[in-house]
Design a protein around this ligand. Sequence first.
Ligand SMILES: Nc1ncnc2c1ncn2[C@@H]1O[C@H](COP(=O)(O)OP(=O)(O)OP(=O)(O)O)[C@@H](O)[C@H]1O
Length: 317
Amino acid sequence: MSPVVHLDNVTKRYRNVTALENVSLKIPPGVVCALLGANGAGKTTAIRVLLGLEPVDSGTASVLGIDSSTGGLEIRSRVGYVAEQPSLYDWMTVEEIGWFAAGFYPLGYAEAYDRYTRRFALEAGKKVRELSKGMRAKVALSLALAHSPDLLILDEPTSGLDALVRREFLESMVDVAAEGRSVLLSSHQVSEVERVADMVAILLGGQLVCVERLDELKRTTREVVVTLPDASTAPPSMPGQVLAHVPFGHEHAWMVRDLDEARLAEVCRDVGPFSVRTPGLEDILLALLREYRTPGWAHRAKAATGTTSGTASATPG
Ligand SMILES: Nc1ncnc2c1ncn2[C@@H]1O[C@H](COP(=O)(O)OP(=O)(O)OP(=O)(O)O)[C@@H](O)[C@H]1O
């Protein structure tokens, strides 16, 4: 099946900043993909490249099979896009903005928009400038969903919204994927995104260090904590691929892929007590972010996630 989103070895620089470095990503149809990473990791840049709003320095990007470098207008008319701070015409009412947008889309748009605004309990006659941040976000999502796009791209759409609105947003994502359409969702609300994402793409400093089905990432990742008897005892070597290693005094924590638990018991026998648990996505991301701040992170992260910048892809489902 052709990917709906395809970044192939994309590098994007802004003067002396490399916002994306050799990033490759394929998102198949019917998948909710969470794009995660710290502030400045390159998430918005990746989205803008895909939408044809930023040229790349090297590599190629395409959406729904359309080349982003030449087909930006067509891409933007075919995907639903919700920016972090959506720009909406303030003087229009909720209803009027739907009529206005309907002029750019085939018949049926206004009715679909109306259905979404009612679902989100928006008052049709209220002016956009009178809406709260959450209500504006709901208008933006209604506009993006009303033309039933094959791909919905959301750049931190839920930041600053209350828990109920965030939940409504994320439930809409699940509905979209259930209809065989895809969602690319950039977010810092990791624990919430975890409820709806099928796959995750993690950017660290412009490099994609993990692209994988979420269930597979969680199934194969363990957090190990070992308590050493004193500071002079060397920490054991982990029997698995180390994503991150964080020492806290006598305690050392590791995030490990494909941990050999029997072997762990052996290597820890003369070292100290240990515990093993299955981490959530947020724990994995935090470990990667901490690791990212230490020298040599890129090499270790790529080795441990099996991801090299040129080949990262996932085929969920
Ligand atoms: N127009 C621009 N001019 C110069 N540098 C830019 C520009 N846009 C982004 N950058 C830089 O590129 C890097 C990636 O920025 P980007 O906005 O893509 O990150 P992000 O992951 O979306 O961050 P956040 O989570 O804070 O929104 C940052 O170092 C940023 O300063």
